[in-house]
Ligand binder design. Structure first.
Ligand code: GLC
Length: 580
């Protein structure tokens, strides 16, 4: 009882305290922006919808689904790269930044897509991949041709007569060696990702101007934003000092936010962002709040948002601790309450499926836990990003053999394990939980062959569960994940409180329930989320006598509220209340 009273007192204190988690928002509502109010829907074009039967999703496919996208209520789409590419890393290896990948269609298709989105009031954010290009880009072809080629300095080279370059870790290379020897000029080039993704040299002002020109080319077409891929890595110490052994275990400490990164962003702002009404978001937010703040501090004129990985990295094959999860999201919210703006996401094309990693994809709990996670993402402060297919509660791929995988990272790591006598079975098990391909299987439209994704052979296998989990079936079911997602989107878009309101954590030490209040101009909304597969209780410490239930993932009956402000929750229950 004492414990209960203490919790109640603490919660009330937090609710009233200007110093509790969640300050009144200085940068938020006072400075309303469309990109703060946006709900971003991420489309992985290769797997969304194939229009011509080659087994690969394409732009016409997306065009054919614009009504569906509109029906979700989202107002921004982020498209993964659609530029010309040999597809070593599914478009993250660009060979021509001003052209469309053949598999995806033509520039005319792109123009129709953009116009179609705009007609429907949906904005388009493009991926900008400029930490590296493809080795098949003309710049790289020139660069490697001779040591005195004018493009030589577009990339990082180390001449072999100076010995082997200091070790750099590559995320995607079979040997994890980021230097690749090229006999043509007897030199090594740097690639933080695959060998076919040589890193661009941002110290070269000419290269930077080329990038700004490319950005203007797309901005002049009328796109609405850029997602800067792997941008925290662009600036490097080009004296290439030796790093201490084992640095690769924490490589972002050595790779992220180096050199003149902020200078480059400020230059980019001056050259591009300041001239267009575009949103800007970088992948990666550095290693500290200071890094993250510096990226998005409005006075510094760099970016609108960055997205940090601390939250998404919590999920592990053995599970995760909700207290840790709450602590991370509360800490980030608190750090950005007065200045800056966050992105909220738990999944994307580099992660396995949301419900399989953070929820429970076994039959009795899949829908419920998927809706619970959606409730979290759409009721937090910050711009929510939702990955295509997660609105259906799509699950991990269930691949058992390496032949089923397509992702360069997964395949190369498998080869690495093989070469170093690793435990291949164990590796496959891990890949089953976390390989990026889990999130890249074709979108499940209906129960016709290949889930209605293609009339041909899909580039990657369709998840076997498509006959029961698919958009057509969910359209017809008023209580499906899909329709719940739509309700959540409506709730957020009609309540600025969920966008700008301060965030106040309740019942902090509860290991099963995540409960918080969002508050703006006296409007208070209570969100309660049971992250466990069993019944749970939360002590909100609030007077819930007049609480009005706005949304719940249990339809039959509302959860039980006790007189002392407690709530009894059923497995994976999620509910949003308006407090009076
Ligand atoms: C980013 C992308 C990822 C890609 C990598 C290299 O992390 O999200 O998909 O493989 O950069 O471009």
């Amino acid at each position: 009882m004492k414990q209960r009273l203490y919790l109640v007192a603490c919660s009330l204190f937090l609710l009233c305290s200007p110093n509790g988690y969640g300050q009144a928002d200085a940068s938020g509502e006072a400075d309303r922006k469309w990109w703060k109010e946006a709900i971003v829907y991420q489309i992985y074009p290769r797997s969304f919808k194939d229009s011509d039967g080659d087994g690969i999703g394409d732009l016409k496919g997306i065009i054919s689904k614009l009504d569906y996208i509109k029906s979700l209520g989202v107002n921004v789409v982020w498209l993964n790269p659609i530029y010309s590419s040999p597809n070593d890393d599914n478009g993250y290896d660009v060979s021509d930044y001003r052209n469309i990948m053949k598999d995806f269609g033509t520039m005319q298709d792109f123009d129709s897509l953009l116009a179609g989105m705009h007609r429907k009031g949906i904005k388009l954010v493009m991926d900008l991949v400029v930490n590296h290009s493809s080795d098949e880009h003309e710049w790289f072809k020139q660069s490697r041709a001779s040591r005195d080629n004018p493009y030589r300095n577009y990339y990082h080279w180390w001449n072999a007569e100076n010995g082997k370059p200091p070790y750099r870790y590559s995320l995607f290379d079979v040997n994890h060696d980021a230097w690749k020897y090229d006999s043509l000029t007897n030199a090594y080039y740097l690639h933080y990702f695959s060998r076919k993704q040589p890193d661009l040299n941002w110290e070269n002002a000419r290269l930077r101007q080329e990038v700004y020109d490319i950005m203007k080319f797309w901005a002049n077409k009328g796109i609405d934003g850029f997602r800067l891929d792997a941008f925290q890595f662009v600036a490097k110490d080009t004296t290439f000092p030796a790093f201490p052994p084992g640095f690769e275990k924490k490589f972002t400490l050595w790779y992220a936010m180096q050199g003149n990164l902020h200078g480059y962003l400020q230059e980019m702002y001056k050259e591009v962002f300041s001239k267009y009404d575009v949103m800007s978001v970088a992948e990666g937010a550095g290693n500290s709040f200071t890094d993250a703040h510096n990226l998005v501090d409005t006075n510094r004129h760099e970016l609108n948002m960055a997205y940090a990985f601390e939250g998404v990295d919590i999920a592990k094959p053995e599970g995760y601790d909700l207290l840790h999860f709450k602590e991370v999201f509360s800490r980030w919210d608190s750090a950005f309450a007065d200045q800056g703006w966050l992105s909220i996401f738990l999944a994307n094309h580099d992660q396995a499926r949301l419900v399989s990693r953070f929820g429970n994809d076994s039959a009795p709990f899949r829908e419920r836990s998927s809706k619970m996670l959606a409730t979290f993402i759409l009721t937090m402060r910050g711009t929510p990003y939702y990955y295509n297919g997660d609105e259906l509660g799509m699950t991990n791929a269930g691949f058992k053999s390496i032949e089923e995988y397509r992702d360069v990272q997964t395949l190369n790591q498998y080869q690495h394990e093989k070469a170093t006598a690793g435990d291949l079975q164990k590796y496959l098990q891990r890949a089953g939980f976390e390989s990026r391909d889990n999130g890249r299987t074709p979108f499940q439209w209906n129960n016709s062959p290949n889930a209605g994704f293609t009339k041909g052979t899909p580039w990657i296998k369709v998840n076997a569960n498509y006959s029961s989990i698919n958009a057509a079936a969910e359209e017809k079911d008023a209580n499906s994940c899909l329709n719940y997602f739509r309700s959540l989107v409506r709730l957020r878009t009609s309540n600025p409180c969920l966008v700008y309101g301060k965030y106040i954590l309740l019942d902090k030490d509860n290991p099963s329930v995540y409960a918080y209040v969002r508050e703006l101009h006296g409007q208070k909304m209570l969100v309660i989320l049971n992250f466990s597969a069993t019944n749970a209780h939360t002590a909100t410490g609030l007077n819930l006598a007049k609480a009005k239930l706005l949304l719940s993932n249990y339809i039959s009956t509302a959860s039980t509220i006790t007189q002392d402000g407690g709530i009894e929750l059923r497995p994976y229950e999620a509910a949003v209340y308006e407090l009076k």
